[in-house]
Design a protein around this ligand. Structure first.
Ligand code: PXP
Length: 249
């Protein structure tokens, strides 16, 4: 069965909005595991906008499922990955002004740099994944660089779902889904592990989860968003109970 790796970055986003101690990403990771997460994924961005260095160490120590470390291929992050020794390093493109990862790696344009980065991380015993668009040329180039895993970018599919009024049968949604299916088959054909993620939600995930050959889905924003909503009522009830108790109502 396809595994679910839960990305907990946005638990840290809420904490960093106040630079305080809650919500705690370690507790979030443990709750995700209690809910069935097969792995925990986090992205230590160069600007440290959500996950902080100490979170990575604390989560690695606290969890009993694989930790996936999403990172840019910079010297600082390569050193960090070799020190932390996660279950998998996931190389993504990173722009300082982007709100989230905007597209797959341009592997073709950066073959020399990526080959060196992959080798350095792989030499420390950590498998390395390339986050790529659903394009055969990029996938082929990723294999040539030494990546042993490709994560197919599902963002364009997710955007098509929103653009077309959440209609999962809209022809453009189906086209984007089929592009992913073709890319997954190609990744498997050339002997790499295939993962997928970005923009997946409780509404759209079934169309991607039904594709054969995907080892792991990496999902974050929608899970954290939904958790806020399903937990809001209980959170308010607990606060109200405290106020009432203090006033002996
Ligand atoms: N995979 C990669 C490579 C990502 O960069 C992200 C976002 O951090 C995800 C998966 C998860 O995307 P989302 O938060 O939209 O579920």
């Amino acid at each position: 069965m396809t595994k679910l790796c839960v990305n907990i970055d946005h638990i840290a986003t809420v904490r960093q909005a106040r630079r305080t101690i809650e919500p705690c990403p370690v507790e979030g990771a443990l709750a995700a595991i209690a809910g069935g997460a097969d792995g925990i994924t986090l992205h230590l961005r160069e600007d440290r906008r959500h996950i902080q260095d100490h979170d990575v160490y604390a989560i690695k120590k606290a969890i009993n499922v694989p930790l996936n470390f999403e990172m840019a291929a910079t010297p600082e992050m390569i050193t960090f990955a070799t020190q932390v020794s996660p279950a998998m390093a996931m190389i993504v493109p990173e722009g300082r002004h982007e709100i989230t990862t905007e597209g797959g790696l341009d592997v073709i344009g950066k073959e020399e740099h990526l080959t060196q980065a992959v080798q350095e991380i792989a030499d420390s015993g950590v498998p390395v994944s390339a986050f790529v668009d659903a394009e055969r040329d990029q996938i082929k180039a990723a294999k040539a660089c030494g990546f042993t895993v490709c994560e197919i970018h599902t963002g364009p599919f997710a955007e098509a779902v929103i653009e077309h009024g959440f209609d999962l049968q809209h022809p453009e949604v189906v086209t984007e889904r089929n592009r992913i299916e073709d890319a997954v088959a190609f990744v498997r054909e050339i002997g790499l592990q295939c993962n997928a993620g970005h923009g997946l939600t409780h509404h759209n995930v079934r169309l991607i989860a039904s594709i054969e050959g995907i080892s792991e889905l990496h999902i974050g924003h929608s899970i954290v968003s939904h958790a806020v909503m399903v937990g809001m009522q209980a959170s308010v009830q607990e606060m109200k109970a405290q106020i009432e108790d203090a006033q002996h109502v």
